[in-house]
Design a protein around this ligand. Structure first.
Ligand code: UD1
Ligand code: F6R
Length: 716
């Protein structure tokens, strides 16, 4: 998905070369999210512009990977030696939404082709861009790309010029507020301009953005005050709102009717000082700022970060970070943003000895599953305590129903655990794909508990569904991997699955950790039930053994590698059969195989085989069947019989030493240890993760960047 990175240095001398290297490195840390183009903007040289001296700018952008951008910078012979003691650079990786991945559509985008007065990078989608573009065309702006983003850059210049015409020289953050007033949709964006050398504004709505802060000296306080709109400015803004936005006016005049210049009192209003950024002697101190859509690109520079809230405007100038809001303070609204210390280590996001992040993450599962349970399960006394849910359990126990909502792999983890939820809690549970749930405008009530499961915590469909449920007064619970993500912050309560950063585009360790977190959730909800005590103990003892058992399953890698190489490589299609708990495993296996190896694969409920799918079965179609021991084992065996009777030779995932299965009618068996029925999917999914991985590697596919896919899908 699109990635944003910005770098500002103040009283720290940096050459242009060092600044570019910083930006490139930041983009490289965002590469794992998937993207198709990259670009950056830095200052050029001072040039004469009439009577004025202005800093021209350098924008370099290209379709392809960051290494292509790096080469382009070398080929363009960009001067690396000029030194800046205050500079703002911005960079971007783009995932095409509006317009093909070609150079003119890459970010950064500029306000005009002559001087490039305002330069913007943007994540998200501006939904009213077509109307804005049409309007800006009537005002003489010439567009260079097909993107929605370009209208933002043009709007900056448009408002800047209007303010000047009205005799006002606006502050960058005031100008940003005017631009935001026109935008509909979602954004995380950065803007720089030669009118504001060394400054940058960053803002977000529905798309993540954080600011890392690096200083030699300790910050005076570990928070930044939020600067709300003053009453006078607010009144003026309301007046402007009364006039409504540019688009709602009749734009026949050259001076826009909807435009109200920045209040004279607000221009360059820089009276307040950010308490955090002054040294002991109250003088500005050397400081570097890193703005990013993802902590993974900031962590190697600093662990001190500030997560922006929706509608915050971070304005960085003169070595200070100011947080502005376009509204006056409303009751209960926080007046500070904390500067937090990230716990994530850089080596946590590196590949280590593995060829791909996906492989590393598959092999991390003994640790990641352990970490999900760490400190939360007292195995001796069989007690589960989820700190983030404790206070909410009585409310959830009283709810009318539980609705689990997610997308993709996260949806499968909900399917995998629905049955144990229903069994332990006796509350009706439905499982919903976020997009379909929204399409149907499904009824949600105040006494519903809506559980949102997401690795990234930034998936657009899930976030929209979350907002939908919040508006209807339901209690919302997050099961999320990324701490500080939108979903983790917007839900009422929740559980961080603590799987560590997942970088491979194919979700693997997040699935097993989500699964465990959901089982722990179900256990917590029912921990006061005497009748469920034995079942509880059985599951908790089972959970304790899972990390070790996963290690055992991972030993199947050599056999799986050979199987993929010898038998599956040239196949075009694959079926996965499972029922009961293993239906979710079949669906997840099929998703993994198609997304990584591009082989068509389908997860089929074994009970449905005879209702149509059996027509596909012959001696050629590869089939994987899940036949581990649980109450449905006899029924699964009958499905396997139906397959073998039609000359199918299934690959069977079964429990260790299961003699019933090992006969000459099956192609091969992949034996996994036995665990409690509701946890068996945690072990059964590992062989299919490995199959998808090795099928893809054999086919020469870049496993961490499968085509057409991105790590977190922040567009609907
Ligand atoms: C928390 C700390 C952990 C510490 C432990 C010690 C964090 C992130 N976690 O873990 O470092 O070791 O206490 O007791 O500080 N939440 C949501 N939505 C979500 C996920 C979480 O609202 O999607 C909320 C929870 O309700 C909770 C907070 O975030 O208030 C932290 O959740 P979690 O990390 O799961 O809590 P603990 O396991 O208690
Ligand atoms: C599959 C995969 C996707 C995600 C889905 C939801 O391997 O990664 O199907 O599971 O896009 O993403 P999150 O969990 O981040 O909400």
């Amino acid at each position: 998905m699109c990635g944003i990175f910005g770098y500002v240095n103040f009283l720290v001398d940096k050459s242009r070369g060092e600044i570019i290297d910083n930006l490139i490195e930041g983009l490289q840390r965002l590469e794992y999210r998937g993207y198709d183009s990259a670009g950056l903007a830095v200052d050029g040289k001072l040039i004469k512009d009439g009577d004025e001296e202005i800093m021209n700018n350098i924008i370099i952008k290209t379709p392809g990977k960051v290494k292509v951008l790096k080469q382009k910078i070398i080929d363009d012979e960009i001067n690396r030696t000029d030194i800046f003691d205050n500079h703002a650079g911005i960079a971007h990786t783009r995932w095409a939404t509006h317009g093909q991945p070609k150079e003119e559509n890459c970010h950064p985008h500029r306000s005009d082709s002559t001087k490039g007065e305002f330069i913007v990078v943007h994540n998200g989608i501006i939904t009213n861009f077509a109307a804005l573009r049409k309007y800006l065309l009537t005002k003489g702006h010439i567009f260079e790309s097909e993107t929605d983003t370009e209208c933002i850059a043009k709007l900056f210049k448009h408002f800047y010029d209007l303010n000047l015409k009205a005799g006002v020289s606006p502050d960058l953050n005031e100008l940003t507020k005017q631009v935001l007033h026109e935008l509909e949709g979602s954004y995380g964006l950065l803007v720089k301009s030669y009118h504001y050398p060394g400054e940058v504004c960053g803002t977000r709505k529905g798309s993540p953005l954080l600011v890392g802060v690096k200083t030699d000296k300790k910050l005076k306080v570990d928070f930044v005050d939020v600067e709300f709109e003053t009453n006078a400015a607010q009144q003026q803004q309301q007046q402007a709102n009364g006039h409504s936005s540019l688009l709602q006016n009749n734009h026949s005049t050259s001076l826009d009717l909807g435009f109200i210049p920045v209040a004279p009192g607000e221009q360059n209003l820089r009276t307040s000082q950010s308490r955090a950024f002054l040294s002991e002697d109250d003088l500005p101190m050397p400081v570097e700022f890193f703005l990013s859509s993802d902590p993974a690109s900031v962590i190697q520079h600093t662990k001190k970060v500030l997560f922006l809230e929706d509608d915050d405007i971070a304005h960085i100038y003169d070595g200070e970070l100011h947080i502005h809001r376009a509204s006056t303070k409303s009751a209960g609204e926080s007046t500070v943003r904390p500067i937090q210390t990230l716990e994530m280590e850089l080596n946590e996001i590196m590949k280590g000895p593995y060829k791909h992040f996906m492989q590393k993450e598959i092999f991390e599962q003994p640790d990641s599953t352990f970490n999900t349970m760490r400190g939360r399960i007292d195995f001796e006394n069989c007690i589960v305590t989820l700190g983030g849910l404790k206070a909410f359990l009585p409310t959830i126990r009283r709810c009318r129903r539980i609705i689990m909502i997610a997308c993709g792999t996260s949806y499968h983890s909900c399917l995998a655990t629905r049955s144990i939820f229903e069994e332990l809690t006796e509350i009706p549970v439905s499982v919903e794909l976020a997009s379909d749930f929204l399409d149907r405008k499904s009824p949600v009530f105040r006494d519903d508990t809506c559980v949102f499961v997401s690795q990234s915590g930034e998936t657009a469909d899930s976030i929209l569904a979350l907002q939908y449920c919040l508006e209807r007064g339901a209690l919302t619970v997050g099961i999320v991997n990324s701490v500080g993500s939108s979903m983790s912050r917007q839900t009422h309560c929740g559980v961080h699955i603590n799987a560590g950063p997942e970088i491979g585009v194919a979700s693997t360790k997040a699935y097993t950790s989500q699964y465990i977190a959901l089982v722990m959730f179900a256990l917590s909800l029912s921990n006061d039930s005497i009748s469920k005590k034995k079942r509880h103990e059985e599951i908790i003892k089972g959970l304790q053994k899972i990390p070790e058992q996963i290690k055992k399953v991972l030993n199947l890698e050599t056999k799986i590698k050979k199987l993929c190489n010898d038998d599956l490589n040239d196949q075009k299609s694959l079926l996965l059969l499972g029922r009961g708990y293993q239906f979710a495993t079949a669906l997840e296996g099929a998703l993994k195989i198609k997304e990584i190896s591009y082989m068509h694969s389908e997860g089929v409920l074994a009970g449905e085989l005879k209702h149509g799918v059996l027509a596909l079965v012959d001696d050629k179609l590869p089939i994987i069947a899940f036949a581990t021991r649980d109450s449905l084992f006899p029924k699964t065996m009958s499905a396997i019989e139906q397959v073998t009777a039609r000359d199918g030779r299934p690959i069977v995932i079964c429990n260790e030493g299961d003699a019933i299965i090992s006969n000459d009618k099956v192609h091969t068996t992949l034996e996994v240890p036995q665990t409690v029925d509701c946890l068996q999917g945690l072990l059964n999914v590992i062989p299919v993760q490995l199959i998808s991985y090795w099928l893809a590697v054999n086919r020469g596919i870049d496993v961490d960047f499968p085509r057409n896919l991105a790590k977190s899908v922040t567009v609907e």
